[in-house]
Design a protein around this ligand. Structure first.
Ligand SMILES: Cc1cc2nc3c(=O)[nH]c(=O)nc-3n(C[C@H](O)[C@H](O)[C@H](O)COP(=O)(O)OP(=O)(O)OC[C@H]3O[C@@H](n4cnc5c(N)ncnc54)[C@H](O)[C@@H]3O)c2cc1C
Length: 412
């Protein structure tokens, strides 16, 4: 495919956002040509199972594919996998891939997610040090499990904790090192952090808070442990680094797109460059559920909903992005479901008893419900959604009373 050939819509990134963009375009009867370019060799697959059932080897790869191969062929979505887009020329409307191919586009959808943030210390590149972002990452981990007894997880975010849960269930001795004074500090209120710390400890995971990693130790190029600032060395055959991602937007930034921590988009997913949209983890957007602040969200919901928004803009039915954020995390037999964004809350109300392992936390800001974290409490999650959507006000005592259904509280 060369410059002379122009694909109507080129999607860069074959992950959740990219796949949904193609699906939504065809659902909306978009008849033009569509090509997807992806760095990974696989057709689009679901990322959440990577730190859950796929790592646990309870689900084979075929079962985590977003659609079977035939789906893309039937809908005439050309799949150019195993290549990375390295440059974008917004004037000529052309992208170039790492194998030197140039592909012309009418409209470009940038859906590249992010690259795992590397830990900046000695030993970060030793064999046995892993991140959890792609199928290849997890396949490498699985291949080493047989020779692994002890695992250190650096970073107490969702991905690190999910991996810790799987690996401890597989009988590994797991230590979680969190630099802050609680796990999940970036995404959840303190009560939820304390609950998950307790659960992991009860399952035999050594959760260390305020831990300062000095270096990753190794012999003959292979990891042997993690050295802390206080001199302690925690022995391990495997180290997992789960300290977040950096949005994969270098080619767009080099082409002059606005942004910083991600590429800036408007409410239709348009970047500042002509005919270039962006969706998903890499898209910095003003979010109504974050008080209008420009944020990036890292969730399947956000990738899918932004992709649908962009498909609507391209097919001439524009509708501004205003989807309520939701997310889930599975650890042990705990299913956490969150709705809304709790950042900036000034009050957190507990519903139910964490000791029963089924409870919710309702977050308020200036008396209005902005988010819920629900642990094994699907009913609260479903009913709480309406409270978040309407930013409902409700009597805190009634919110705290788990005998009162949340749907009885709805109202502005
Ligand atoms: C282990 C793990 C567990 C998760 N669990 C949950 C969960 O439980 N619930 C939830 O809601 N979310 C979860 N997430 C987050 C969710 O998977 C992401 O938010 C979602 O995948 C974002 O979709 P995306 O399309 O923006 O990016 P991705 O799905 O990451 O897709 C981006 C694709 O673009 C490719 N790419 C990057 N740069 C280029 C380039 N220059 N050229 C070509 N291709 C490129 C990448 O290789 C990748 O394949 C999890 C993520 C991980 C890694």
């Amino acid at each position: 495919m060369g410059n002379a050939m122009r694909t109507d819509v080129v999607i860069v990134g074959c992950g959740h956002g990219g796949a949904q963009a193609a699906i939504a375009l065809r659902q909306r009867k978009f008849a033009g040509s569509i090509a997807m370019i992806g760095e990974e060799p696989e057709l689009p697959y679901e990322r959440p199972p990577l730190s859950k059932d796929y790592l646990a080897q309870e689900k084979p790869f075929e079962r985590i594919m977003i659609r079977p191969a035939a789906f893309w062929a039937e809908r005439e979505v050309e799949m150019l996998t195993g290549r990375r887009v390295v440059t974008v020329d917004p004037q000529a409307h052309v992208v170039t891939t790492d194998d030197g191919t140039t592909i012309g586009y009418g409209q470009l959808i940038w859906a590249t997610g992010g690259h795992p943030r590397r830990i900046a210390c000695e030993g970060h590149d030793l064999a046995g040090v892993h991140s959890v972002r792609s199928r290849a990452d997890v396949d490498r981990m699985i291949a080493e499990l047989g020779s692994t007894e002890r695992v250190v997880v650096i970073g107490g975010g969702y991905i690190g904790l999910e991996a810790a849960a799987v690996l401890s269930k597989l009988g590994k001795r797991v230590t979680v090192l969190e630099a802050l004074d609680r796990v999940l500090a970036r995404v959840a209120g303190e009560a939820l952090s304390r609950f998950y710390e307790g659960e992991h400890r009860a399952h035999g995971v050594d959760v260390r808070l305020g831990a300062r990693v000095e270096r990753i130790a190794g012999t003959d190029g292979r990891v042997t442990g993690v050295a802390l600032a206080d001199g302690e060395i925690i022995a391990a055959e495997m180290v997992i680094v789960g300290i977040g991602i950096l949005p994969a937007v270098e080619p767009l930034m080099a082409a002059g797109a606005e942004g910083g921590n991600g590429v800036a988009v408007d409410e239709h997913g348009r970047t500042s460059l002509p005919d270039i949209f962006a969706v998903g983890d890499c898209a910095l957007h003003a979010n109504g559920f974050a008080g209008g602040m420009a944020i990036r969200l890292e969730s399947v919901q956000n990738a899918n909903d932004m992709a649908t928004t962009v498909a609507k803009a391209i097919t001439g039915e524009p509708e501004a992005y205003h989807a309520v954020p939701w997310f889930w995390s599975n650890q042990y037999d705990l299913r956490l479901q969150t709705v809304g964004l709790s950042t900036g809350h000034d009050r957190a109300i507990l519903r139910g008893d964490p000791a029963s392992r089924s409870f919710s936390i309702v977050y308020l800001k200036q008396g209005r419900v902005i988010a819920l974290d629900c642990v094994n409490a699907a009913r609260d999650y479903v009913q709480g959604r309406a409270l978040v959507l309407t930013r409902a006000t409700a009597d805190p005592d009634r919110i705290a009373d788990s005998n009162t259904a949340l749907k009885e509280l709805s109202g502005p």
